[in-house]
Design a protein around this ligand. Sequence first.
Ligand code: DGJ
Length: 742
Amino acid sequence: MSISVNKNPMEFHLFNQKISYIIRVDEETGEVLSCYFGKHIQHKDSYSYLSEKIERPCTTSLVEGNHKSSLEFMRREYPDFGHGDFRTAAFDIHTEVSGSICEFKYVGYNLFKGRKAVQGKPHLRIENEKDAETLEIILVDAVSKVRMILTYLILEESASVVRSVRFVNEGKKPVIIKKAMSFSMDFRDKDYKMLSLSGTWARERHIEKSLLHPGVQSVYSTRGTSGHTFNPFFALMKENAEEYQGEVYGFSLLYSGNFLGLIDVDTFETARVMMGIHPQDFSWKLNTSEEFETPECIMTYSSTGLNDLSQELHKIIMKHIVREEHRQDIRPVLINNWEATYFDFNEEKIIDFAEEAATLGFDLFVLDDGWFEGRNDDTTSLSDWNPDLSKLPEGISGLSRKVKEMGISFGLWFEPEMVSKGTNIFETHPEYLVGHPMRKRTHGRNQYVLDFSNDEVVELVFGMMEKILTESEISYIKWDMNRSITEAWSMNLPAERQGEFYHRYIMGVYKLYEKLIDAFPEVLFESCASGGGRFDPGMLYYAPQTWASDDTDAWERVKIQYGTSVVYPLKTIGTHVSAVPNHQVGRITSLKARNETAYFGSFGYEMDITKMSEEEKNQVRKHILFFKEKRQLIQHGDLYRLLSPFEGNIASWMVLSKDQKEGLVYICQALAIPNAPQIRIKLKGLNEKSKYQVVGSDHWHYGDELMYLGILFNEHYFESADNVQFVLNHDFRTYLLEIKEI
Ligand code: DGJ
């Protein structure tokens, strides 16, 4: 890894063994230009040929007498608006003297090992200086004296560059930042498919692909959370790129609030790509000497398809985003009471439930919504975090101790950011609610949002949670968030600073996480927002696992988990077995299918195990044992997606240990097909020359056979009890094949 600098003119080449990222400063205009991002190329002492200047008709030009210096045709690294580039701008700064007209020009750069320290927000954790190098490119607007620092971080081992931008007001007057993307970059062509992870409640992160077209295409959230609709991620795949071939670029924003990821294809087929805080309702007043820094965006490249890109992202998330304590840890197999009881429980029921859980082999019992005073449905009590003694006579402290005595840990649900009507905060501190005092407040699930942009509110909620955590034996918290933000107004901010609300809000959420982690470092957090409405790298920085979806139907989960795995490691994905008929889609699938699907994540249950037959309980015991045996492999192995549920009737993936000696292949068919054609599934990642056995089969195969010829759906690989001819003749049938080197 290195950053090479050519000084005349200024050119910067960031590279490691996998990638090169080249930018240069235009001699005439002081503009920073995008030159190249892709597979590693050797360094040269000039890249001037990479910023061609063409004279075109009907344009404007920065330099008098020179018709080739139009910003409209330059490939720019952080473009403004107003000097002849009519495409989407990456930023917009208003000064008192000249409105939105600014001229940021290159003045210098800094290079250093490691990275600068960051406080209070998610960022790439670089524990060892040797792992990364940073380039800062400094531009200044001579009139306002605002400094803009474009930051690039390159890692030794990852095919990624991490970008962000810092604004420092060195002038005498305040300025208003109205838009500040985390990065922008102009690609030289537009021949890509855009891949996004989109959906809604109960069908999060489905894979969508579409060819880029002239004009603007985007993914975004304006909900205050990253949301169910689009994940803060998109990929650009070269037209021929697929899972295991072709060039793919991924852009993943380390942020949990409103975001925008945008591609603007111009008429000369340049694709401008950017991502950052959504400019809708955003503005930030920057007083003299103040700084504003955007969230970081991870830009990743693969020359060998989407799966490789995913593996790069998984590594960066597990090594540089998730807290150190949770990188190699063993995540508990949990059981949550939500779908088993909803709000209808008392201590007796919970004790029975937890006792059963302990005998079946669960590690952790989680008490979900409904444990606090008066919370018998979703209309009430949020923010009154006092245990409901009519349900739980010994409170959470008593219950948690009893559960612990059973030999399993205890976890608790909170929805810290919310308030219901009639609660203490609602009645006595209306100024702590998000919303305008003279305007109607829109409710969501009968609840309102606390103003986390106000430190007093964060402190108050921390105090309430701290009390319960201190009094009780809690090793896990599920942090839920069940509505989008509307009427975004803080009574703690002056009118002209209301544009800061959304960002300050999410910074408040991060602050509460930091305070809780500082006070209770041993607690495992799982984030959640009506299922998977806040599955983003910003959350993973604090909570190393996320509840993926309220939809726990096996086949729906195949799609959700498959899509989620494009960015997120299996270990970060909360996956549960639930009852049938499934509560979201009414589908009936076997216990086997539900378990085998849920294995591929941070595994757990949420169904009433006390009502199961002995036979079913035995099955549950076996599933938990099997998962525990395979937990290391599943949670720390490499993932290979084999067949997409978005493209066919059969989905398949496998995990392989890093030493390529052990694998687990998952196959699920949605609908059975009568007299179907024979199926074969080609494995990935194996050692070509090693001999492998599919556990249970008498035959062995070389790695190359299993990868290039594939596993055939015949009697040699599958359980002998099955009539092979009808091996997949059930709807929602799953198979697990264990592969071992012999
Ligand atoms: C939404 C979550 O996604 C569910 O798992 C559950 O915790 C409910 N909220 C509780 O209200």
